[in-house]
Design a protein around this ligand. Structure first.
Ligand code: FES
Length: 134
């Protein structure tokens, strides 16, 4: 059975949508079932200020996506990278064991969004350095 928190986040998911001018985007698919999650993050001073998601998936995937967007707001990028699928499931008061794989989507998509942000930031810094050298 699902916990009340899972049902709440499934029926009233927080932070659904896109951030058009996002600083990082992560897309992850679940190889077990083919479900997909995309997450957008807004970053300022190394901290996640906003996060939104769209998930094409089961109830557990939607609930974990919703929860991860709540968990990351206000966290530094390093703190956000520490958020594991188990931590997301725990924040929802647990998931049935056969649905634990669903929580990988949210954690993995988040980590990809952070990587995306860091890659872009590195690229911008290199472009600036190249500009300064010319
Ligand atoms: Fe696909 Fe849950 S069954 S993510």
């Amino acid at each position: 059975m699902y916990s009340e928190k899972v049902m709440d986040h499934f029926q009233n998911p927080r932070n659904v949508g896109e951030i058009p001018d996002a600083d990082g985007v992560g897309l992850e698919g679940n190889p077990v079932c083919g479900d997909v999650m995309q997450i957008w993050i807004k970053v300022k001073d190394d901290r996640i200020m906003d996060a939104k998601f769209k998930t094409f998936g089961c109830g557990a995937a939607i609930a974990t996506s919703s929860m991860v967007t709540e968990l990351v707001k206000g966290k530094t990028l390093d703190e956000a990278l520490q958020i594991s699928n188990a931590a997301v499931a725990q924040a929802l008061d647990g998931l049935p064991s056969h649905k634990m794989h669903c929580s990988n989507l949210a954690a993995d998509a988040l980590h990809k969004a952070i990587d995306d942000y860091r890659n872009k930031a590195r690229g911008d810094a290199q472009a600036k350095d190249a500009g300064a050298a010319n």
